[in-house]
Design a protein around this ligand. Sequence first.
Ligand SMILES: [Zn+2]
Length: 105
Amino acid sequence: MDDPHWQRLLQVAGIAPGEITLLPYRFLRTRGALLCFGPQETYLLYDDRLSGAALYRVLAHELAHYRLHGRTVYFDRKQRQAEEQEADRLAAQWLAQIGEEAGAG
Ligand SMILES: [Zn+2]
């Protein structure tokens, strides 16, 4: 996906273009997106049925995990919950920032 919203999202997230590869994917269960780590690469799989604001919300959430927690693998349930909330907060900040720039539309 090479659209200006994705590029802008990376920019506000402070992530270099090309640092994360975006891949459309059909999840078997309902799930918006998922970060996957190769030895060198980072992939962000996203459900190809999502679009518009719903898509950017899940992408921003995953990028926030990446910024906050890097390549963390979760084992502790409590820790995981805290990290989900942190990611939600940061993603909301970024989306608000982009929304304000876009104006009322
Ligand atoms: Zn999450």
